[in-house]
Design a protein around this ligand. Structure first.
Ligand SMILES: Nc1ncnc2c1ncn2[C@@H]1O[C@H](COP(=O)(O)OP(=O)(O)OP(=O)(O)O)[C@@H](O)[C@H]1O
Length: 581
């Protein structure tokens, strides 16, 4: 969407529709508060005129009593209005936040590769927060301001039309000026939000890589970039603020002129005896009161400008489509799933092909080991199998079904993956193992860990399954994280499992435990193991050797191992020579 394209506000109505009952109550309260505001000056006018005419004391006391009652009610209504306005804002914006997050979670990896988490936080929360006041009060206050303006001018026309005409001219002019200048700040407000999104991105990125920043002595460089980001936020923020306050300043000047004109007209009429003192007060008071709805309209225009850039960005985000589209099939055959790649071609960007013409086929229950140098495309194969990206060409079939025709959840239910990076969530070990699925009982977990030979590890933790783990992955060592990830996948009972092996060396005991767990896992499903250590491949049926995105070799492991001319046996020889060292 081009940055300056007009954005319709109508899609927001969807969010307000959910709170329409509360909105109606808000409008009722507003009408009641406005009525109180209009009535009170008239009570004072009568009070002044009665007092000036040395009228009845009981009537004066009565008027004072009613004035007090109306003033208290007006205050109460305003209080309730504020409360309800905030309530509506939170309800409506929380829905929008949830929609944005859900949408982002479904967007493809190409999108996520380009955005840092900091930027995403700003877009999901920051932009929406900038709209919250707009949600709460915009419609209500715009409506309320017009009702109040209408009421004031209506009464004035009933009392004295020339002054009413002067007030109307001023009101129309003031609103007209605001309508013309209201769009001034939108582009700069958007630029301000963009600058602040990249500042959050920078903070997040650097904190995520805190170890590298500290050990690499990069703090001055990071601070330098941070200062530049802050300067950009400040400069853009200042410009946006200045452009936002223009409408407000314009009306303040016009208002001062209007009050002077109306006051002069009123005083002249009072001196000539055409107006009572009470009426003079009423005219003065109503002219003063005009300021409030006009200022309110100005404020709302400012909020509108702030909201509009957030709104535009949220709308833009919501209109992005994931390149990976859910298919409509959900049927995969029972039992271990075969895998077939047919002339698969893929690149993360247009200009570089990472996988060329990859074709192979795995029978259900078969175990494939993939080896190859760093960057040869091993992990990319597993990402494609899980449909994290679309293919540039070819077909991938799982269980004989083209994965692009499958529903993603149907695929993920049957395929498990253990990567080198294990993501932990803030919660107990149990929650992390079951991914918050309370249907998995403790018995199943313990039975599984027992089978995998991991019960000793869990028993060694301070609170067993209730041990609290921190988000990220820092509370587990590399070996523990791998054991943990295997258990997690085991519990989902996959029919096809992909293991992206850790490259770090584990101690002998952990390695033995890990190997045992892998064997157990692969016993009941088809397995693809991306191996960095050739020892892991001893239990594989088939070997694929990848080189620069092409299959250099593919065949039965035993055959390749026996053939001295094969890449695989060359790798085995190199591995054996390395070992004594
Ligand atoms: N998210 C990405 N965006 C762009 N290019 C990528 C991305 N991930 C990987 N690549 C590139 O694709 C190529 C293959 O990467 P891949 O991760 O599949 O290699 P690999 O064989 O698994 O490597 P390793 O053994 O180091 O894990 C590399 O050139 C890499 O730079």
């Amino acid at each position: 969407m081009p940055p300056h394209k007009q954005v319709s506000m109508l899609w927001l109505l969807r969010y307000l529709a959910a709170v329409k009952g509360r909105m109606a109550l808000l409008l009722l309260l507003l009408l009641a508060a406005t009525a109180c505001q209009l009535v009170n000056p008239q009570l004072v006018q009568r009070f002044i005129d009665t007092a000036a005419a040395k009228g009845d004391m009981t009537r004066l006391l009565g008027l004072a009593g009613i004035f007090l009652l109306v003033a208290v009610c007006s205050q109460l209504f305003t209080l309730m209005l504020n409360y309800l306005g905030n309530d509506v804002a939170w309800r409506a914006t929380n829905r929008l936040r949830a929609d944005l997050l859900q949408h982002c979670l479904r967007l493809d990896m190409r999108f996520h590769n380009l955005k840092t988490p900091g930027v995403m936080i700003e877009r999901i929360d920051g932009d929406v927060t900038s709209m919250s006041n707009f949600f709460a009060m915009f419609i209500v206050q715009i409506f309320g301001s017009f009702v109040l303006l209408g009421g004031i001018l209506g009464f004035m026309f009933a009392y004295h039309w020339p002054i009413a005409v002067a007030m109307t001219v001023f009101t129309v002019l003031a609103i007209g000026v605001m309508a013309v200048v209201r769009n001034l700040g939108v582009a700069s407000s958007q630029a301000e939000r963009e600058a602040s999104a990249s500042m959050y991105g920078l903070i997040e990125e650097r904190l995520a890589g805190i170890e590298d920043v500290q050990t690499g002595g990069n703090v001055p460089y990071v601070m330098n970039r941070f200062h530049r980001a802050m300067r950009s936020v400040f400069q853009r923020g200042r410009k946006a603020w200045m452009l936002r306050v223009v409408p407000w300043n314009a009306t303040v000047i016009m208002f001062t002129v209007a009050v002077t004109v109306v006051l002069l007209m009123g005083v002249r009429l009072y001196v000539s005896g055409e107006l009572s003192l009470g009426m003079l007060y009423l005219i003065f008071q109503y002219t003063q009161m005009l300021n409030e709805p006009i200022e309110q309209l100005g404020n709302q225009m400012q909020e509108f400008q702030k909201a509009k850039s957030g709104l535009r960005r949220s709308r833009e985000l919501l209109s992005l489509q994931s390149e990976v589209v859910d298919g409509d099939g959900s049927e995969l055959p029972p039992g271990p799933l075969g895998v077939e790649f047919e002339q698969v071609r893929f690149g993360y960007s247009q200009d570089k092909t990472v996988l060329h013409d990859i074709s192979f086929s795995l029978r259900p229950g078969e175990r494939l080991g993939i080896v190859g140098r760093t960057g040869s495309g091993k992990s990319s194969i597993s990402r494609l199998l899980l449909r994290l990206y679309n293919l540039d060409g070819g077909v991938i079939r799982v269980g004989g079904v083209d994965t692009s025709t499958l529903r993603l959840d149907a695929l993920y239910r049957r395929v498990g993956m253990v990567t080198q990076e294990v993501q932990l969530f803030d919660g107990t070990l149990r929650d992390n193992l079951t991914l918050f699925d309370s249907a998995v009982s403790d018995e199943t977990i313990l039975h599984t860990t027992d089978r995998l030979g991991l019960s000793g590890w869990i028993a060694g933790l301070p609170h067993g399954l209730d041990t609290h783990l921190q988000a990220g992955g820092s509370s587990l060592s590399a070996g523990e994280a791998q054991l943990f990830a295997l258990t997690r996948v085991f519990l989902t009972q996959p029919s096809l499992v992909i293991l992206d092996e850790p490259s770090s060396r584990l101690d002998a005991a952990t390695e033995a435990a890990l190997q045992g767990a892998v064997d157990q896992l692969l016993e009941r499903c088809t397995g693809i193991v991306i191996a960095h250590r050739l020892a892991t491949l001893e239990r594989m049926d088939t070997i694929m050797v990848l080189g620069e995105g092409r299959i250099l070799e593919y065949g039965a492991r035993m055959d390749l191992a026996r053939d001295p001319a094969s890449h695989y046996s060359a790798l085995l020889r190199a591995d054996r020579q390395e070992e004594p060292a």
